[in-house]
Design a protein around this ligand. Structure first.
Ligand code: F6P
Length: 551
């Protein structure tokens, strides 16, 4: 395969962007020129409608982007993932999260073995445990029913379950589920404050069971529990379960091996909410609804595998992202869910996208000579409108946005939902339409400004417009549609990583900081700062040591 930049479609896309840019392409004009644009740039699959017509592109752009996908052998990468090939080459692992939500008899082979029997066994164990907790047959050591579940994990062992549990808040009918991730003692202390140890269950979620934050929080939780039980170690078995691939390490920590829910190295941390890592979700909403979540994701997996690129939601969204990242030079992307339940979606997608594609070498270890993963950020609407949308509308950077809307709300109270929808749609319209100087000026005159005052104020009220957005519309954010939506974003990230030829499934960039933290921790503990650091870090360590010794 030639280097990406040397391919014909890449060269054509570079010229195509220059032409679009040069001709001052206006999305609004494209709607006038092509009455079919809105219908043709709209795609529906698995309960999700994607309207991508308000983007800086034409049908020719899509055609060229699809050619780029073919030149980058996307289909081959897709088949390799579905075949359980070792696509995470730096860690010698498959990436088979699709097997976790496989709802058919299809086999998924890793190292010549079908993983499906093990997947089903763990799901059955989860179902039994979830039922015991929710029905109250599982009791704490003193015989009381579990009322609160605390998930201790970080990164993929936190963000996925936290986001989904919150997103499906409408369906909660089990014990209250809490999440502790940060090593900052405030997180666990504040979480535990209102809880009763006798009615609290801890889930220690860690793929590797070596993560400092999780193990430190787990130790604090154990101390808190044992204090309430006069240090009786027998209580641990009633109040602690673990989810991990490292069963020996869990046993060393003191958790009963019968209380370990297993998953496997072919499940990446940020792709793991579909595995036993989803246990807190299932406890909150019940196993049937957890299965619905898997069903939605599975339906999207099938769509991704079989739909032609032109009709393929993840492929199209990925290609639009590539268009902006590599040809337009837009380096960030905003995720704007108009749904309070989806408030953690931007943070979840941040890890999914940035940890997967924040890479600067190819799979072969050669430096890339093009941009890769964009900065992903956002917040739920309408809050964001009153905070950072100013920059999206009038700032000097162009920020492509994904607006996520639902036709119906779980909380149809008075006209809240219509107002929410009106705001979301209005933002996409305003971002595209903009407002000229003349329009601003005339508006001010109508509002009885003097011509002089209107002329002074009008430039501040000009919106350049022509700012690109995708709109994703679902009927309602149910477990099924949420599952489909998350799988859509997972595959979008996969497609981009495949085209950029980076390994989307490793995360070596998190290592160095962890190593150095270990060194610094020892110095903070001993009160002796070594001279091995740069002067800035050394001085900061010194200052902290000095100030802590005085208090
Ligand atoms: O440090 C990053 C990371 O490795 C993530 O990829 C992962 O999701 C998180 O830490 C937690 O890891 P673990 O589940 O092994 O505790």
């Amino acid at each position: 395969m030639p280097s990406l930049q040397q391919t014909a479609p890449w060269k054509a896309l570079t010229k195509h962007w220059q032409a679009i840019h040069h001709k001052k392409f206006q999305i609004q004009e494209m709607f006038q020129k092509d009455p079919q644009r809105s219908n043709q740039m709209r795609l529906q699959a698995v309960g999700i409608t994607l309207d991508y017509s308000k983007n800086l592109l034409t049908q020719d752009t899509i055609k060229l982007l699809i050619e780029l996908a073919h030149a980058a052998e996307l289909l081959d990468s897709l088949h390799k993932m579905y075949a359980g090939a070792c696509i995470n080459s730096t860690e010698q692992r498959a990436a088979l999260h699709i097997a976790l939500r496989n709802r058919t008899e299809r086999r998924f082979i890793v190292n010549k073995q079908d993983v499906m029997p093990r997947v089903r066994t763990v799901l059955k164990r989860m179902a039994k445990f979830v039922e015991q907790i929710r029905s109250g047959t599982w009791r704490g050591y003193s015989g009381k029913q579990i009322t609160d579940v605390v998930n201790i994990g970080i990164g993929g062992s936190n963000l996925g379950p936290l986001m989904v549990t919150t997103a499906l808040g409408h369906y909660h009918d089990g014990p209250k589920v809490h999440f502790v991730s940060n090593i900052d003692g405030t997180h666990i202390i504040e979480t535990l404050k209102p809880l009763n140890p006798e009615t609290t269950l801890f889930i220690i979620a860690s793929k590797t069971f070596t993560t400092q934050e999780t193990l430190t929080n787990a130790c604090t939780a154990k101390d808190w529990l044992l204090k309430a039980y006069d240090n009786n170690l027998k209580a641990i078995a009633y109040h602690f379960v673990a989810i991990s691939t490292a069963t020996e390490k869990v046993a060393q920590f003191g958790i009963d091996t019968n209380h370990i829910f297993e998953f496997w190295d072919w499940v990446g941390g940020r792709y793991s909410l579909w595995s036993a890592i989803g246990l807190p979700i299932a406890i909150a909403i019940g196993m049937p609804r957890f299965y619905e979540l898997l069903d939605g994701a599975h339906a999207m997996d099938q769509h991704f595998e079989t739909a032609a690129f032109r009709e393929n939601l993840p492929v199209l969204m990925a290609l639009i992202g590539i268009w902006y990242t590599n040809f337009a030079g837009f380096s960030t992307q905003a995720i704007l869910p108009y749904d309070q339940y989806l408030c953690y979606l931007p943070a979840y997608l941040q890890q999914l996208d940035m940890e997967s594609n924040g890479k600067s070498v190819t799979k072969a270890g050669k430096p890339v000579d093009y941009a890769t993963g964009p900065v992903i950020w956002g917040a739920s609407g309408t809050d964001g409108q009153h905070a950072f949308y100013q920059l999206i509308h009038q700032g000097t950077q162009i920020i492509p946005c994904d607006f996520l809307l639902s036709v119906h709300s779980h909380n149809e109270v008075s006209d809240h939902h219509l107002k929410l929808l009106a705001n979301g749609l209005a933002q996409t319209e305003a971002l595209m339409r903009g407002r000229t100087y003349e329009e601003s000026y005339q508006e001010l005159i109508k509002q009885c400004y003097t011509p002089q005052a209107a002329a002074a104020l009008a430039p501040h009220r000009v919106f350049s417009g022509n700012r690109p957005t995708n709109t994703l519309l679902v009927d309602k954010f149910t477990p099924y549609t949420l599952g489909a939506l998350l799988a859509l974003y997972e595959h979008k990230v996969f497609v981009q990583g495949a085209i950029w030829n980076v390994n989307s499934f490793d995360q070596w960039g998190v290592e160095l900081g962890k190593q150095l933290a270990g060194v610094i921790l020892k110095e903070l503990q001993s009160g002796i700062a070594s001279n091995d650091h740069d002067p800035s870090t050394h001085n900061l360590i010194q200052t902290i040591i000095q100030q802590r010794s005085q208090s």
